[in-house]
Write a protein of this length. Structure first.
Length: 443
């Protein structure tokens, strides 16, 4: 009962913040819109809690619990050895042998397959340890906090695109906030909520910086967002950063030759990344990618995952990475199929894929001949394809693919929303017309 009261109290506090903070005011929507979406996210987070409590009861392997449980070991140090808590939280000199007393009690501080890339599990464990300062150790309070972070990030993504897509704001709202997998996986105590927060803050404050608004704050938020993404999912920032450089280039010059500008930046960054190990020998990104796939395949085989798929091992050559591109994109974009069956989560993901394909087909049917907002189109399309590619290339388990591709889902839909002829679509679906247009029609 006490957990319920505390959870509701924090949810009400965040609803008040959402209703009074200017950042959450979306032009064309009343202030109840995001409050309602936040409540929906909290409900989804609670459903996720129930699913993993009653249908996947192995708490030690459940992502929503394992980092939360490990954070208690770190948090408890605050009351016995406060300096140890601070050092583990900040990472300052926390590799001394004496800290193994804490880490050995955690199940997920150390990875099964270690590498020289930062272990992003540390980030979510540390975040949970911070939230424990306010949560009294109640799991569902952590869910409410993560829902707020996720909503703030999604709001930043929406605002980044909304300035240009004023005539299709309803479609944009659906694409950003209401994709089922984004609601479900982005509302739990998982890394996806942090990813959306980091992406949203990065995109929105880049837009503000380009327009020279709140320059100091924007620079600070951009730096913080980059660090957060680096320590949450490194590959996400490696995909987004070159795209933002190209977008800024287009914004400060013109949209003319925007595709050439994007391809130029991406080519330079790709060549630099493939040769990074020549300067820093410990960081061969191609080999790290291949090792990631091999480790994931070994892990899937050891736990005998029911949704594992056959995957051909990568080889340490550029030709191998190119050769596997079609299969990687197919796996990430189309699996699972709704008729494949499996667990309820897999079936639900398959139905979502079907709806996504129908929506994309509709956008292609009403495709606009003369495209506008090309810099935004290339950013959203290339980011989505980059996430799909890396997910499909390294992940041999359909259940994991469903989660790992979630950050790409809003962006792939936004790409096609930019491409669609909105006037023709509104004739086919009249409810998408702005109210003032419908009013004028009857006047």
């Amino acid at each position: 009962m006490l957990e319920f009261i505390v959870t509701i109290a924090y949810a009400l506090l965040f609803i008040i913040l959402i209703r009074i903070m200017p950042f959450f005011r979306l032009e064309g929507f009343n202030k109840n819109a995001l409050s309602g979406i936040f409540i929906l996210k909290v409900a989804a987070g609670f459903v996720l809690f129930l699913v993993y409590t009653y249908f996947y009861p192995d708490r030690g392997s459940a992502d929503i619990f394992k980092y939360f449980d490990d954070s208690k070991i770190m948090y408890d140090a605050l009351f016995t050895r406060p300096l140890d808590f601070v050092q583990m939280l900040t990472g300052i000199n926390n590799d001394a042998p004496r800290f193994e007393v804490y880490y050995n009690q955690m199940n997920h501080w150390h990875r099964v397959y270690e590498s020289n890339i930062y272990n992003d599990s540390h980030t979510i464990i540390r975040l949970n340890a911070i939230i424990r300062l306010f949560s009294f150790g109640y799991y569902n309070v952590h869910t409410v906090f993560m829902c707020f972070f996720s909503l703030a990030g999604l709001t930043g993504i929406y605002r980044f695109f909304a300035h240009a897509l004023t005539d299709r704001k309803w479609l944009l709202l659906i694409a950003v906030f209401l994709i089922p997998s984004v609601i479900f996986w982005g509302s739990g105590v998982l890394k996806e909520g942090l990813l959306f927060f980091g992406l949203g803050m990065l995109l929105w404050h880049t837009q503000l910086l380009i327009h020279k608004k709140n320059i100091f704050l924007s620079l600070l938020m951009i730096a913080g967002a980059i660090l957060l993404l680096m320590y949450t999912k490194f590959y996400v920032i490696t995909i987004m950063l070159p795209l933002l450089i190209a977008y800024t280039w287009c914004s400060l010059t013109s949209a003319k030759w925007s595709l050439v500008k994007y391809l130029t930046v991406l080519t330079v960054c790709l060549v630099a990344g493939l040769n990074f190990h020549r300067v820093f020998p410990g960081y061969n990104f191609a080999e790290i990618l291949i090792q990631k796939q091999h480790d994931f395949m070994a892990l899937a085989q050891s736990v005998q995952s029911g949704s594992a798929i056959a995957m051909e091992p990568l080889e340490p050559t550029l030709s191998s990475l190119i050769y596997h591109t079609p299969v990687a994109l197919y796996n990430a974009m189309f699996l699972p199929w709704f008729f494949q069956g499996g667990s309820p989560l897999i079936v639900a993901a398959g139905l979502e894929n079907l709806l996504m394909m129908l929506f994309i087909a509709g956008c292609l049917i009403f495709f606009r001949r003369t495209l506008t907002h090309l810099p935004l189109l290339w950013l959203s399309l290339f980011f989505a394809l980059g996430i799909f590619y890396l997910t499909g290339l390294t992940t041999p388990v359909v259940g994991a693919i469903v989660r790992y591709k979630v950050p790409a889902m809003p962006f792939i839909l936004i790409s096609f929303i930019i491409m669609v002829n909105i006037e023709k679509l509104q004739k086919f679906l009249p409810f998408l017309k702005p109210k003032k247009d419908q009013t004028n029609k009857h006047s």
